[in-house]
Design a binder for this molecule. Structure first.
Ligand code: NDP
Length: 231
């Protein structure tokens, strides 16, 4: 299966790419700068053409559209999209000091990014058994609201709404759309004290893509083990 992953040069995106390659999938690894692919350069070596680096800055709609157009011209289909790229800024900043420009930047990447990708790549997604996974966070659960992380939390809540909206638009075509909380992971974003190995989260996400793990819940917001998340 062809799997497109945004933000795949490090963190969870990298681990999803590595796990997908190990399972024999073809990976379109989205990175902002293909000239600086980070750890992906090493990963590519044993896999040859199975790993394809693609330039993908999710804030650049023209770039997203151009990539989708190129793949379309090549007659390519996408089995799964993982909207993984995100930022976490203005951490614990009280509302009185919040920088609204940073809020807007967060929305641009965490929410508008997946929207741009869905907008331009949906025509390439395989009808019947296509999967779109929006990587969300427990920080987006309204019922778990905590002070701080305003832009990040709100962007993920809105992303969960987008998941439901998109699902209702494409369900009849046999395309699954999910918001997945990957756990608190040891990555640049999650930090060293995080308990979850991002590879473990990647395995759960691949199981969902491959249909081995069928998430249960009223809303399509689950953790990486398929357990329902509170909205
Ligand atoms: P990292 O900060 O480790 O990595 C973020 C990735 O996103 C990088 O590859 C980065 O690329 C990419 N990125 C940032 N901005 C853009 C952009 N404009 N266009 C394309 N790519 C971009 O994050 P994690 O791996 O920890 O997080 C992955 C996902 O998991 C995110 O959606 C996050 O919200 C979610 N999550 C993470 C948790 C955690 O504990 N880590 C907990 C819950 C959810 P570059 O190197 O170029 O900056």
């Amino acid at each position: 299966m062809n799997i497109l992953i945004t933000g795949s040069n490090r963190g969870l995106g990298y681990e999803i790419a590595a796990e997908a390659l190990e399972r024999g999938h073809h990976v379109l690894a989205g990175v902002r700068d293909t000239a600086a692919p980070g750890k992906l350069a090493e990963l590519a070596k044993p896999y040859g053409g199975q790993l394809e680096l693609v330039e993908l800055d999710v804030t650049d709609e023209a770039g997203v559209a151009a990539l989708a157009g190129t793949l379309r011209q090549q007659g390519r289909a996408i089995g799964a999209i993982v909207n993984n790229a995100a930022i976490l800024v203005e951490r614990n900043t009280p509302i009185e000091q919040l920088n609204i420009e940073e809020v807007a930047k967060t929305f641009d990447i965490n929410l508008f990014g997946p929207m741009r990708v869905a907008k331009h790549f949906l025509p390439l997604v395989t009808e019947k058994h296509g999967v779109i996974i929006n990587i969300s966070s427990e920080a987006g659960s309204i019922s778990n609201a905590y002070p701080g992380d305003y832009p990040y939390g709100i962007s993920k809540t809105a992303l969960n709404m987008f998941t439901q909206q998109l699902l209702s638009a494409v369900r009849e075509r046999g395309i699954q759309v999910l918001s997945v909380h990957p756990g608190w992971m040891k990555t640049d974003m999650g930090g060293e004290n995080a308990p979850t190995d991002p590879r473990q989260s990647a395995k759960g996400i691949l199981d969902m893509i491959e249909g081995q793990l069928v998430p249960k819940g009223k809303f399509n917001f689950v953790d990486y083990t398929g357990k329902e998340m509170p909205i």
